[in-house]
Design a binder for this molecule. Sequence first.
Ligand code: ATP
Length: 514
Amino acid sequence: MTQEELFKKLVAHCKEYGFIFPSSEIYDGLGAVYDYGQNGVELKNNIKRYWWDSMVKLHENIVGIDAAIFMHPKTWEASGHVAAFNDPLIDNKDSKKRYRADVLIEEWIAKQDEKIDKEVEKARKRFGESFDEAQYRSTSPRVLETAAKRDAVHKRYADAMNANDLAELRQIIIDCEIACPISGTRNWTDVRQFNLMFSTQMGSTAEGASTIYLRPETAQGIFVNYLNVQKTARMKLPFGIAQIGKAFRNEIVARQFIFRMREFEQMEMQFFVQPGTEMEWWNRWKEIRMAWHRALGFGDNNYRFHDHEKLAHYANAATDIEYNFPFGFKEVEGIHSRTDFDLSRHQQYSGKKIQYFDPERGESYVPYVVETSIGVDRMFLQIMSAAYTEEKLDGGEERVVLRIPAQLAPTKVAVMPLVKKDGLPDVAQKIIDMLKYDYNVAYDEKDSIGKRYRRQDAIGTPFCVTVDHQTLEDNTVTVRHRDTMAQERVSIDALPAMVDSEVSFRKLFQKLGL
Ligand code: ATP
């Protein structure tokens, strides 16, 4: 199965099992907007809890807030979003399709890497055992030629982005002979800047109304509350403010399911530090955040850092944590050193002094900021792509199992009476009553036990508990484990401890070493 096929299956699975539905689907959906279903919302809430607790509970010097989506319009002038939150877009005149110029070029660059990898694989087959990959990569004329072409375009691209040179971006697209995937032609318009913020009107009369924006990031809600939180919580530097909330971007090219949405959710933490210590903290937060991802157990090699070529207007260092999605390594989280840009600008635009009095230094200054910013939906997609597994079983049967970490699984335990009579459903109900205050528990009495197991596998339920006639005699049940499919006989009294040992966040948090 190709990665593309796998991804298609995953999208279909998300719908079929109540994780994600297209928004307003009865009206044929709305571009790049999605709804979370009965299982999706549980997984999403668990992801948020994993993040929130790892920030707010595990760090004494981090507190949370929940700011409004609407903010004073000046916020977005101060932050630079009105002037510079743009993507360069280009249209193909034949297909009338719109693309991001930067993405077209980045994809071309990635293709050169794929070409090189293909050459290397061909050579590996030709040379067999004696193949020396490093030597081949550094000497093969074809590899070197492609690499040189790639590097030259990369340099032109980085320069053009930094200089905001739209004509040069177009020229690179022409020179690289990039064609529209729909029409196949290279009939391109000029490159234009497109602001990604959604705007609306606040106020009842046309004259009195003012334009306000749906926030494109949650971070600004933290910056404008810096003084409130610092004073009321009596925080001392370094300290952080965490927030989870919706953000909106009018993305030009919305593709890859929930990877790029127009309405999405962010989990952001702004960490305020003494000027001069930001690089140290930036490195520390890179470590902490990478450990958070890796603790989920999807394989350390599936994550990497990707440092930014073009720094945003506010940053002096930036990296992304990328995950190896079915469509390649892509950003899940950004870790940015934002300097004192945001607070200084809000100080300037609001006319309020936004500073910290440092008792050790005996002076006041605007703190520097290191930010960690992760998309809930992208994290959701990351987990689903990593967890989705198709397995062939002994006897030729197949199953789809979601290997979601037990702590994040939507349902923790499914309780099933073997038959719908002889008092077995009543016992099952008692077990549910015992567990339901602590965990999401499901009841299922329909179809064969095998089919019920498959249904729970498909939504990632870690435990299935079957009540049978023996239960009536000795108060034991069969527990069947999702990943190994192993079954064991367990006393009902032992169930809570057994479930807790796998689904409690404790073990996950302990792995973080915080
Ligand atoms: P990209 O380069 O993919 O557009 P970005 O660098 O603009 O992303 P940031 O502004 O750093 O993203 O946002 C932080 C995080 O928010 C991203 O790492 C991503 O997880 C999430 N995010 C950003 N835009 C979207 C979107 N349109 N849909 C879903 N998640 C998003």
